[in-house]
Design a protein around this ligand. Sequence first.
Ligand code: COA
Length: 416
Amino acid sequence: MTKPLEGIKIIDFTHVQAGPACTQLLAWFGADVIKVERPGSGDVTRNQLRDIPDADALYFTMLNSNKKSLTLDTKKPEGKEVLEKLIRESDVLVENFGPGALDRMGFSWERLNELNPKMIVASVKGFSDGHHYDDLKVYENVAQCAGGAASTTGFWDGPPTISAAALGDSNTGMHLAIGILTALIGRDKTGKGQKVAVSMQDSVLNLCRVKLRDQQRLERVGYLEEYPQYPHGEFSDVVPRGGNAGGGGQPGWVLKCKGWETDPNAYIYFTIQGHAWEPICKALGKPEWINDPAYKTAEARQPHIFEIFGTIEAWLADKTKFEAVDILRKFDIPCAPVLTMKELANDPSLRASGTIVEVPHKKRGSYLTVGSPIKFSDMKPEVTASPLLGEHTDEVLAGLGYSRQDIFNLREIKAV
Ligand code: COA
């Protein structure tokens, strides 16, 4: 089966997570992704948090599947020459170096555009060009703080909190992938490449859109009725942290199930969707609440929402999180068990769908990774192992027209 991105050649000048997540996705969908790495060390994640001595760390293997690895010192003239050849015949260059690093290497946007006017140059930076912080290097948690996620996550009586989800890194990579695909379609129409830039701050803020909604509502009316602070608590002039409250019109909370005293994940998320009030009352054995004016409407329920959650928790006390969801799903109530990484890794449905996949690796044996979360009717993205450092150097150089002697000479001068 041919894959939609077959024939698209990508120079993957990325490291750590944001850039690699983007190029990995494009590689799954068929692009020829050549990861350019520093000889001797490569992407820093090859060595970070290793669990097997002398084998690439999972941090690297889980973000660089389906790629080739070319080692090249792009600060040396011989390395620059190879890179220039590669640029001339590639469709996309993706990078997420610190601000100015590519320019210092001699590959500014103008120079890249001169070498290959059809090439798309895609960059991740912490902040957008021209932003007053655009000189800063940025990692995940920095972006979560700068993009509004941290100030709005956590409990009102605790500090700003970081999410475990990679809102700054992988999320930015996904935004960049959309930008690259858009620029490729644009190029089909104009014949020209362009620069695509995504900042981590902007990508986090894009996911915090509803919090900007709340800021404006707060400024207009002085309170936010779906937050636990309403109606008894205080609001200041900024969106507060709402704990586990639902972000839309349906109140929700994380509720204890059987075993919570010893199992930190014996919880479900329970949503009180307006039209599900009747089934909820029936499920809880509280039919008298269905038409009680103190409970009947969302507005009436809000002042005593925690009393309602308390009643639901009492009902949950003798049910495991899985038993509870099996009952509630019959009543069309939006809910889910709080799942651990162990449960997800072993989930038969995720294995069957290809969302959790086991990948054989030359040095590690097999490892688990998250496969494509995007499913297609005509293509099943196959996940292959991440490359060893420099595994494809000879192959890529030969493809660029270098003879065996040239390749040997390049190795001798340590440019590759
Ligand atoms: N050959 C020779 N030199 C190479 C090379 C190669 N193949 N690949 C990279 N380099 C050099 C670069 O030219 C640069 O050198 P310079 O600083 O002397 O100009 C250096 O390696 C890389 O610098 P930098 O990207 O700043 O690395 P860092 O480890 O100091 O910072 C980050 C890491 C992630 C903080 C930084 O890259 C960054 O802010 N990136 C943008 C935001 C981002 O993507 N962050 C999230 C990562 S998940």
